[in-house]
Structure formats: structure tokens, C-alpha cells
Design a protein around this ligand. Structure first.
Ligand code: XIL
Length: 523
């Protein structure tokens, strides 16, 4: 065995907590208060959530036997470092010992709950600023939207009412939250909304809604997160992001031996989009917590299966990832490259969206609020066709899409003569290229085999790109904007895919578009 000295943390980079207009939190556990992990927490975070130490199995493993050694240690660490603490969690169906439900009538269960909640909240009165009073109580697939947990089966909604009432009595200054995952999906969002609305109307002392936000590299879009925050803002409650992480997998079975660097760049852009939303919604959000300060401590290393995952802002050596720069300074991110193969097809280029393009969904590049961008490609003997579609309702003179093909760049603006399609009545034109999306370009990037399109391309480099095997020739039409780009060799392909599959992933990635036709029939 050899002892490897841990890499020191980077002290010369901005502290996350100074860069955001809300409390920046991290989950942590006892070992992470030591050494470089403790230093990283102290530098970047002004909020913390004990990841396991305040859960029922940790605090009251046997009836009436309370243990607070680890909980106290973590709360003391936070106090010493001037961090606010989120208490997680008082009533949950998971990590709760069996004895809690054994021989429990409704009355007995509520007594057990009352003692547990009162003991914990009283112990940390004035030191824990916010409690996840109940966790994951919603099930949008039930007619009443409530999870059929033992809590619910024995006590109905009264376990929620009791937990909130007792928590309020024990520490009237603590902010009381209802916390859940998948709240960014419309059905779950609405089920939670209805529940909170109902409880509020009854006078249950709920102060806020916690959105866990366990997301993945593809889904759901940041716009769905924003829609959720806006929806709950209508209730006039505080909101917090409580357990943010961005898995690099979109399914429960794939696994990488090594993580492709481009995936980490993609993740950086994803974090950027999410933090764009959080900053815009800062009036409704009092804190954003990531579920762990660095990849090496993430729960996603063991759930849902043991695998290499890297969902957080700092890597295994506690060094800043692209994800960190996505939050702090997105201009330092490499461009987001999305690769797709170009099925064989000839497309009519007349300024309108040829029906051919409707055979596949556009590969999305970005979607923030009302602004979205996507692209597709087709190849034929005549060249490579590219559809680039940007929707941006805010018209501005600088809107344009830029294509770079073999180092030659051409920009098409809203009023470019090539944009033949009339704008829709709404004023939002798919043939727009907002300045914000100026990274949207089409190219046969040097690394891409002929017939593949990558968007946006690698940034122009001073070295000339390697030549394609055949003399290049491109035709790049796009909705409303037809333009031929004579360059780049097309190689008619037949498969469509939105991104390279994980190199070691046996069964591919559960993408929303796995049902795409693998070989669309050219018309
Ligand atoms: C996780 C912890 O991080 C793991 O260490 C533990 O083994 C399982 O629970 N939603 C929650 C958190 O509300 O409590 C979970 O934390 C992650 C999912």
C-alpha cells in the first residue's frame, strides 16, 4: 500500500458562494469535514445539508434511543464556518427503521413521529435554518397524488400535518419544507402543487418547497425546471434546490470505464443553463444545494448501480470541472459539440421546412426559456444538407446562425436574402439566429468522419484541419434559409443518432429519442 498525498484544492479560483445570489449549499457527511474535502466545503459553500446523519435510522435507530454524535459534529462544523444548515429529513419512507411502523396504529405512529420531530428540531433550534419536514410524499400515479408509504397507509395525510405542526412548535424560526424529486416533470409538479395548495389552505405551516433536482446530462430541459419554479412562485412560498446533481448517464444500466471528456463539457453547458435559470429565478429561490461537493463522494457512484459517475462541480481530485466553470464563468467552457450522423436523403432547399426534416426530431443544442436551437443533417451525392433551426421570440438585428465549413464561415441573419419563409404571426421565426446562439454552427469537424455533422464545431484553430478523404462539397439549407456551401465531402449515411453512445455502454443510453427510426427511408 502506498499513501498518495491528496492534491491541494485550487485556492485561486472564485468561491462559488460569491458568484450566486442565493445560499450555495452542498450535502456532506462526517469524513468530508476533514482534510481537503473540508477545505473545499469551506471555500465554496455557505450552506450544508447532512447527507445521512439526521435521517431517522441515524438519529433514532431504536425507539427512544437518540444518537446525535455525527449530527452534532456536522452542525458544529457548519456553525464554525458560518454556514447555514438544512436539516434532512424528519419523515421519509426510506432510511427509517422497521420499528417505527411495527404494531403501529395511527395513534401510535403519530406519537412516535411527534416525539422524533420534537426531539430533533428542539436539539438544533436556532442552528438548523430549514428542515425537510417530509420527503418524497408525492406519487403522481395515485389518484390522489400521494405516495402509498407506510406513513400514508397507516396515518393518511395526518402524518404530514403532524410533522409540520410539531416542527413549527419546536422551532418557530426554522423554515419548514416539503421536499421531492422529479418536480420538474409536469404531472409530478401538478400533484405536488395540489398537495401544497391544499395543506396551505388548511393552515399547515409550510414555508417552502424543495426541489431535489437529480437530473441527467440530457433531461429534463432547464426550461422545465424554470416552469416549475414559476409555478410554485404563484403560491407565494420560498423555494430551494435541495439535492442538485447531473448524472452523466441517461439510464440505469450503462457504465463507462473512463468518462469521455466531451461529456464533461456537455455537463458544463448543462450546469450553465441551470444556473441561468436559478439566477433568473433568484427572487423565488433562497438556496441551491448540490448533493455532494465533489464527484468522489457522490451517491451516484453506488446508485442505482455501482458505476463511474461524475455528476458534481469538482472532480475526484477536488479540482474544478467544466461544470464549475458553467456556473462561474461559462466563457471558459469549450463549445458544446453535438455529433450526429446524416441519413441519406435529398432535401428541397427553398426556404421552407422540407417534410424530410420531420422524419426525425431536431437534435437539440440549447433550450432556455423561449429560446431554443436544434439541428439535423442529411447527405446525398450532391452534398450535405444541414437544417439549423433557432427559435427566439425576441427579435434583434444581430440575430444570426453561423456556419463554419472547412474554416470558411458564413452567417445567415433573420433578414438574409436566403431567408425566404415569412415570419409566423407570433413574430417568432424559426429561421432566426440569436446572438446568444452564435455558437450554433455547422461543420464537418476535423475529427468527424465524412458524412457526420457536428454542431457547433471545434473552435477555429490555427492549424489547418485534416483533409477529408474526398473533395468536400456541402449544401446547407435550413428552414427559411437556403444556402449552398460548396465544401466538405458527404458520405451518405443511413443512421441517425444524436450523440456518440457511451464507449463502454453495453446497452446504449436511455435517451428521449431512442425510438427514432434507425434507418429513415428517404423519400
Ligand atoms: C442518499 C445519500 O446520499 C446516500 O448516502 C444514501 O445511501 C441514500 O440516500 N434523495 C434524498 C436523499 O432525499 O436523502 C438521498 O440521499 C438521495 C435521494
Amino acid at each position: 500500500m502506498t499513501y498518495v498525498e491528496p492534491k491541494p484544492i485550487q485556492t485561486g479560483i472564485p468561491s462559488l458562494k460569491d458568484e450566486v445570489p442565493f445560499t450555495m449549499g452542498s450535502a456532506f457527511t462526517r469524513p468530508e469535514t476533514l482534510g481537503v474535502h473540508g477545505e473545499l466545503l469551506a471555500k465554496h459553500f455557505n450552506g450544508v445539508t447532512p447527507g445521512n446523519e439526521l435521517k431517522w435510522d441515524a438519529t433514532e435507530p431504536r425507539e427512544g434511543e437518540f444518537t446525535f454524535t455525527d449530527g452534532d459534529h456536522l452542525v458544529n462544523f457548519a456553525t464554525e464556518h458560518g454556514m447555514t444548515v438544512r436539516g434532512h429529513t424528519l419523515a421519509w419512507h426510506s432510511q427509517t427503521p422497521d420499528w417505527v411502523f411495527e404494531n403501529a396504529t395511527k395513534e401510535v405512529l403519530l406519537q412516535r413521529l411527534e416525539r422524533h420531530v420534537r426531539t430533533l428540531v428542539t436539539r438544533y433550534k436556532g442552528r438548523i435554518a430549514a428542515w425537510d419536514v417530509v420527503n418524497e410524499v408525492v406519487d403522481e400515479n395515485q389518484p390522489d397524488g400521494l405516495r402509498r408509504s407506510k406513513w400514508y397507509e397507516i396515518a393518511g395525510l395526518d402524518f404530514i400535518r403532524t410533522a409540520f405542526r410539531v416542527a413549527r412548535e419546536a422551532d418557530p424560526d426554522a423554515k419548514l419544507f416539503i421536499n421531492d424529486y422529479n418536480t420538474e416533470f409536469p404531472r409530478k409538479r401538478e400533484a405536488l402543487y395540489k398537495l401544497v395548495e391544499r395543506l396551505k389552505a388548511e393552515g399547515v405551516p409550510i414555508d417552502g418547497v424543495g426541489h431535489q433536482l437529480h437530473l441527467n446530462i440530457e433531461q429534463p430541459p432547464a426550461s422545465a425546471v424554470e416552469a416549475t419554479i414559476e409555478r410554485f412562485a404563484a403560491l407565494g412560498l420560498d423555494q430551494q434546490v435541495t439535492e442538485l446533481d447531473v448524472s452523466i448517464y441517461t439510464d440505469f444500466v450503462s457504465s463507462y470505464d473512463t468518462i469521455p471528456p466531451e461529456l464533461l463539457v456537455q455537463q458544463g453547458h448543462r450546469y450553465k443553463e441551470l444556473f441561468d435559470v436559478f439566477r433568473r429565478q433568484a427572487g423565488s429561490l433562497s438556496s441551491v444545494t448540490v448533493w455532494g461537493e465533489s464527484d468522489d463522494v457522490s451517491w451516484l457512484r453506488s446508485w442505482p448501480i455501482p458505476r463511474l459517475n461524475a455528476p458534481l462541480l469538482f472532480d475526484d481530485d477536488l479540482q474544478a470541472k467544466p461544470a464549475y466553470w458553467g456556473v462561474v464563468d461559462p466563457s471558459r467552457l469549450e463549445p458544446f459539440v453535438r455529433e450526429l450522423e446524416a441519413p441519406a436523403a435529398a432535401v428541397k432547399v427553398d426556404g421552407r421546412r422540407d417534410l424530410e426534416w420531420d422524419l426525425l426530431p431536431d437534435a437539440p443544442l440549447a433550450r432556455v426559456g423561449d429560446v431554443s436551437a436544434g439541428f439535423q443533417a442529411r447527405s446525398s451525392a450532391a452534398g450535405l444538407y444541414v437544417l439549423a433551426e433557432v427559435t427566439d421570440p425576441a427579435v434583434s438585428a444581430g440575430d444570426r446562425v453561423t456556419f463554419t465549413v472547412d474554416g470558411r464561415t458564413r452567417a445567415l441573419g433573420r433578414n438574409s436574402p436566403a431567408c425566404a419563409a415569412p415570419p409566423p404571426a407570433t413574430g417568432s421565426r424559426p429561421c432566426s439566429a440569436a446572438a446568444r446562439t452564435s455558437r450554433s454552427r455547422c461543420t464537418t469537424a476535423a475529427r468527424a468522419p465524412p458524412g457526420r455533422a457536428r454542431s457547433p464545431p471545434s473552435p477555429p484553430s490555427s492549424a489547418p484541419p485534416p483533409r477529408a478523404a474526398r473533395p468536400p462539397s456541402w449544401t446547407a439549407p435550413w428552414t427559411g434559409c437556403g444556402r449552398a456551401f460548396p465544401s466538405c465531402a458527404p458520405a451518405p449515411g443511413s443512421r441517425a443518432s444524436r450523440a456518440p453512445p457511451p464507449r463502454s455502454a453495453p446497452s446504449g443510453r436511455a435517451r428521449p429519442c431512442t425510438s427514432w427510426p434507425r434507418s429513415p427511408t428517404p423519400r
